[in-house]
Design a protein. Structure first.
Lengths: 387, 600
């Protein structure tokens, strides 16, 4: 009997210690005051630093850190430096909701960025809303993030709907008559994007010879691709991300299809895929642009991270997001209420993606986002000009 | 059609290579080796590193990758798997899951999570039959697979250690008595399997074109299905299973689309298992014990919970924590509680009936969707929706799982994993858009949407769940279910309809999974199919094993540790998953039967 009771006691002690640790961890952050003077202004970042989406978490972090450095060198927010609190959610809703709660409870945090995927962002939204903390889903292209959200959800990402309507119009303008399509069969992204594309294609008279839903977790797309090109379409459209497009375009060429590929993403693995050369997409950010704002950002980024050969839309998105947040905090004041007010008021914030950003308060997204046709040449996206 | 056939042959080749390693380890150790999946990703990343970064020729890089993977395999077997597999295959399986987490994340720290373009070492589209183009690269892969298979086949047939491997696979104890060094044999099998995993990883990357540290997971899973399809432990079966699955998948995708891939894969598997419960070439076991039963329960050192612990736990969990804790702890608490409910319900299946079902995510998803749709489109309230969601989950899961109860042992795990995956895949096809604006719970006009309210609701449901489980255990029904788990043959001989009781236990577990899913849906207010993953099913199983497989309250301890630890480890963001894996291994090492076990 004796060993049992001692081990039970040990277990009880363990549980108690764990509980104390947990409450201590929580209360220490909850008791900190609002702060003023030269205390830093804190923004929370909920993103994936480990797991399936860690690649994007790393890219965001590099750009955020660069932007924070620049903002602080230029005097911060009315003399107060900016600092970030990162929390890893693995882009998993089970963890993004606890991260949201952590930020809401931490009175120092005046704004939260994230999450990466809509499936992690949207479940966290009610927590941010009830905590009256603005959730800035700077990467959430799913229109539902803001449409189904409240005044506390804002985004500077262009919606998938707008992006692929533009693509259908552009194809028509280029004189393309028929396309084969693959799209990611995902609820939060691919399906709404494909529906927007299809509706627009019908409107402008672009024939879709065949459309195949695919999954980004698949590795072998050959069976879907042989079917999608069986009707001999003039061009091919893939509605998806970078890594899946890299696999897909390689296999599309391997099965012998030669038409132009409209798809992919400004993302490292796609940019580096030999068969991806010549792909055309609607770009928001062009690394090779001659815009002085873009040049300055790209140069500063490469100087800080000499190992990085490319600056993609992901870094640009995060860089812009931090600058927008700072502009918003300057406009409305570095408090939670001030941030909410600021989002509704800021105008013409300089942006490396859109030139300048002004929000449409009705949609809580960027007003008139511009898109430019770009083509992938030698691993870099350049503006595609047609005669 | 010819195009599709060739595409199927090429993907089948990759599956076959992966399946052989899985089958080999299973044959000699009776352990499902999750770490094998990590070797796919690791092999690909190492090859990328050697060729693209260091500029080594592919001919040198390939053997290097194989040697490194083989050496790593030996280390893993020496330190983690074998010490546990000797007496508790299940604990060993849990530890291989931990090892795979560590390997994936170490590889991610070393190579970053980025998708890398895999160098083209051989032409990939210089040949063609009809419209279908393929390359020297594909031919070389097919050739290498053939050579490797013949070599391993010859080794097993004529080599001394090879023969010992076969003997060990047939009967470990008899082999030991005949003087076969079983330990050595297991090391050799593990090393070969790890090397093959690395090789398969390189081939996957060559075939697909890009790779990242976790990109082997999906192909690995399918290779695992292929091994089961062919008959676990049968090498020829693994090869046949790989090619059969590859070709059928290719035709299935051609006709039904890539979105139906998982449905096709598992439908094939379940059909084969219904007709041949031991796989295509495996032997149908005459008498087999479920992996969770018999000696497993007897081995653990029990940790008895004193009587006073119950009221204390009730007061601490139901009164002290909700009063003292902040919102962050309470929100973490809700996740712990919901998983505890699901896992406590799962102990009837895993612990009492002894069925290691792996597809709980399916039942959770049914509950979540049923509850969300009911409250959105009918006047049913949140409170009524919870039990209804549970019932619907129990009914649908039972119907879908009903054909598979003749399947035994590890095959039932894979078959139930299949059922769960198919459920989620069907939901993805039927309701592809996520569901938004699921109503939050309310009482009268009061909205109960604070973390404290969620916590208290979940806590109350957990208490009810534990009471129900306690009543079931004490009842005649519970004793019958337990008899099925502890000795199936004896139960059958005593006239117990074993199949029906397993199905009943599964239905009870599905009910609580559905309840848990409903609670999750109303707290997130948004659900889509990407939430209900295989990792969710694995988490439920891990919680149950961690807590002591047949103890409902053990599931609570398991949930606190496994979900709480993820949060507590936030102080070391980079190493979080690795430390998590180490903690898991240590717990399994020192309490292999679970934290709380009860002697049978």
């Amino acid at each position: 009997m004796k060993p049992f009771t001692t081990s039970a006691r040990r277990l009880a002690a363990l549980v108690l210690t764990a509980a104390t640790l947990a409450t201590a961890a929580c209360s220490s952050s909850a008791t900190a005051g609002g702060g003023s003077g030269t205390d830093p202004v804190y923004f929370g970042v909920s993103s994936a630093t480990t797991g399936q989406y860690a690649q994007y978490g790393q890219q965001f972090k590099e750009a955020f850190d660069l932007a924070v450095e620049q903002v602080n060198a230029a005097g911060g927010i009315n003399g107060r430096p900016v600092a970030l609190k990162y929390e890893d959610s693995q882009s998993d809703p089970k963890q993004s909701v606890t991260v949201a709660q952590k930020f809401v409870a931490d009175k120092d945090v005046v704004l939260a960025f994230g999450d990466y995927s809509s499936a992690a962002s949207i479940p966290a939204s009610p927590i941010y809303t009830s905590g009256k903390l603005v959730q800035y889903g700077f990467n959430n292209s799913n229109p539902a993030f803001t449409e189904k959200g409240t005044e506390y959800q804002w985004s500077t990402s262009i919606t998938t709907t707008a992006n692929y309507q533009w693509t259908a119009d552009y194809l028509k303008k280029q004189g393309v008559k028929s396309v084969g399509v693959t799209y990611l069969n995902t609820a939060d992204w691919g399906i709404p994007a494909f529906q927007a594309f299809k509706a627009e294609a019908e409107k402008v008279g672009l024939t879709i010879t065949d459309a195949e839903g695919v999954l980004d977790t698949s590795d072998d797309y050959r069976p879907s691709l042989t079917k999608a090109v069986a009707g001999k379409p003039e061009a091919f459209v893939h509605i998806g991300y970078g890594p899946d497009a890299a696999k897909l375009v390689t296999q599309l060429r391997a099965i012998g299809y030669q038409g132009t590929f409209y798809g992919g993403q400004d993302e490292k693995s796609f940019d580096g895929t030999p068969d991806a050369a010549g792909s055309i997409i609607a770009a928001q950010f062009i690394e090779t642009s001659t815009d002085p704002k873009v040049k300055a950002f790209v140069d500063a980024f490469k100087q800080k991270y000499p190992n990085e050969q490319h600056v993609t839309l992901f870094e640009a998105t995060a860089y812009d997001a931090l600058n927008v947040a700072v502009a918003v905090a300057k406009q409305g004041g570095p408090t939670r209420e001030g941030i909410l007010k600021g989002f509704g008021e800021v105008k013409d914030v300089p942006s490396v993606i859109y030139g300048s950003i002004t929000f449409d308060p009705a949609t809580r997204r960027v007003q008139d986002p511009r898109l430019t046709p770009t083509i992938l040449k030698d691993g870099k996206w350049v503006e595609y000009k047609t005669a | 059609m010819l195009d599709t056939l060739i595409a199927g042959l090429l993907r089948g080749n990759v599956y076959a290579l992966g399946a052989v390693g899985i089958s080999l380890v299973f044959g000699v150790m009776n352990v499902i080796n999750f770490a094998q999946f990590s070797f796919f990703g690791l092999g690909a990343m190492l090859a990328w590193f050697f060729v693209a970064q260091l500029g080594l020729p592919f001919g040198l890089a390939l053997p290097l990758v194989i040697v490194i993977c083989a050496a790593l395999g030996l280390v893993i077997n020496l330190t983690v798997v074998r010490p546990l597999a000797q007496f508790l295959p299940l604990a060993a399986m849990l530890s291989t899951y931990a090892v795979s987490q560590i390997l994936d994340n170490a590889s991610q720290i070393a190579f970053t999570a980025e998708f890398r373009v895999f160098p083209q070492v051989l032409p990939t589209s210089n040949l063609h039959i009809g419209n279908m183009r393929f390359g020297t690269s594909d031919l070389v892969m097919l050739g290498v697979t053939a050579v490797v298979m013949v070599a391993i086949g010859a080794f097993l047939k004529y080599g001394k250690i090879g023969q010992a491997i076969r003997a060990t696979a047939q009967d470990q104890e008899a082999a030991l008595q005949m003087g076969i060094p079983v330990g050595l044999v297991q090391h050799v099998a593990f090393v070969i399997a790890s090397a093959l995993g690395g090789l398969a990883g390189v081939f996957i990357a060559l075939y697909v074109g890009v790779a990242n540290p976790t990109s082997g997971l999906n192909t690995g899973m399918t290779a695992f299905v292929a091994a089961t399809l062919g008959g676990l432990g049968s090498l020829l079966g693994a090869v046949v299973g790989g090619f059969v699955l590859g070709i059928l998948e290719a035709f299935g995708i051609h006709f039904f689309g890539d979105s139906a891939r998982e449905i096709i894969t598992f439908a094939i598997l379940i059909l084969v298992l219904i007709v041949r419960p031991g796989g295509l070439l495996g032997k149908v076991p005459l008498i087999s014990t479920e992996p969770l039963t018999g000696t497993f329960l007897g081995k653990g050192r029990p940790l008895r919970v004193p009587r006073w612990a119950w009221p204390v736990a009730l007061v601490v969990g139901g009164v002290v924590i909700p009063l003292v804790a902040g919102d962050y702890v309470l929100t973490t608490g809700t996740q712990v509680l919901i998983y505890a409910i699901i896992a406590a319900g799962f102990t009837v299946t895993a612990g009492q009936a002894g069925v290691m079902a792996l597809g709980q995510a399916g039942s959770i998803a049914i509950g979540a969707y049923a509850s969300a749709l009911l409250t959105l489109h009918s006047p049913v309230s949140f409170w009524a929706a919870i039990p209804i969601a549970g019932l619907i989950a129990a009914i649908i899961s039972s119907i879908l799982a009903s054909p598979i109860w003749g399947v035994k042992g590890h095959y039932i795990s894979i078959a139930t994993l299949g059922v769960g995956t198919v459920i989620v895949a069907v939901i993805r096809l039927a309701v592809p858009q996520g569901i938004y604006g699921i109503p939050m719970p309310s009482w009268g006009d009061t909205l109960l949407a604070t973390p404290r309210a969620y916590y208290l609701i979940d806590f109350a449901v957990l208490v009810v769940t534990l009471l129900v489980m306690w009543r079931i255990r004490g009842s005649h029904l519970g004793k019958v279910i337990s008899s099925v788990g502890s000795d199936e043959v004896a139960a059958l001989a005593s006239g117990v309809r074993v199949r029906d009781y397993k199905a009943l236990a599964f239905a009870v577990s599905a009910f609580f999974a559905g309840v848990g899913g409903s609670l999750l849906a109303h707290q997130y207010t948004y659900i889509d199919p990407t939430i209900f993953t295989m990792l969710m099913s694995l988490l439920v199983v891990t919680i149950v094993i961690m807590g002591g497989v047949s103890l409902p309250y053990g599931a609570v301890v398991g949930a606190i540790i496994l979900i709480g630890a993820m949060e507590l480890l936030r102080f070391t963001p980079e190493l979080r998953i690795i430390v998590y894996g180490l903690v898991l291994i240590l717990v399994v090492r020192f309490r292999p039967g679970g934290i709380l076990v009860r002697n049978s």
